[in-house]
Design a protein around this ligand. Sequence first.
Ligand SMILES: C[S@@+](CC[C@H](N)C(=O)[O-])C[C@H]1O[C@@H](n2cnc3c(N)ncnc32)[C@H](O)[C@@H]1O
Length: 272
Amino acid sequence: MTLAETDFTFVTGMIRQRSSIDLQPGKEYLVESRLAPVARKFGDKDVAALVLRLRRNDREACEAVVDALTTNETSWFRDAHPFEAFTGLMLPEVKRTGGPTVNIWSAASSSGQEAYSLALLLIDWLPMNPGRTAMIHGTDISPTMVARATAGKYSQLEINRGLPVKYLVRCFDQVGRDWIVKPEIRALTSFRQGNLAQPPVGLPQMDIVFLRNVLIYFDLPTKRQVLANVRKVLRPGGFLVLGGAESTLSLDENFARVETDKVVIFRNGGGT
Ligand SMILES: C[S@@+](CC[C@H](N)C(=O)[O-])C[C@H]1O[C@@H](n2cnc3c(N)ncnc32)[C@H](O)[C@@H]1O
């Protein structure tokens, strides 16, 4: 691996500025291995040549590099317990206190498995709750991930990562070797590009926000900014679900902890 220190510093500075992702020294191997295919795509002989292109502010190359340096790891019903709390705790409370449409934000939705997992639970909940509708709003900084989530198309390998077979049979159509989420499930979702470090644009007031496994990529001031941005659209009393390794503790005192026996979630206390 040959990435020069100055090139690494340049790339990480650009990534921080465009996505707030914090790549510290020590991540040189990650950067170089993720950027090698991007260099090939642009016809550059190596990553150093690609960095020259970035230094010239080539817009397409800059976007492709941000895209390549996001970590998009996800799976169906990831960590299970937040989804149990979704049906067991959050939806009953939202039904009691919320409006006719349940709005859910899958913030950092990656390729869509989290948003569709929630939609799969809603297709059983909605008929039992006449007069209610629901919408899951997925956002991610990566245009590639937004396009993948919108398409709702998954390989067998991706399906095998946590999707219960009862949902595969009922809610997916097989197309060649892939599986596509049925239109009636897709109708409960919409996906768009968005940077969590910036104030949310065009999102309705949310009852529930799933913001999982993304705060870990940000430095402290950005974590605080992202949580403040979430509170701009999360209604007072609305629920926030973070990843297992994440918390609002020491970041934002406006969230109250709600502990169930298996998972900790957070509620917006309504401060400004
Ligand atoms: C590890 S995935 C988490 C996916 C899903 N929430 C889960 O827990 O399975 C992190 C996602 O955050 C997105 N991301 C990174 N920085 C972001 C930012 N500043 N704004 C929005 N999304 C971002 C990445 O593109 C990636 O898809």
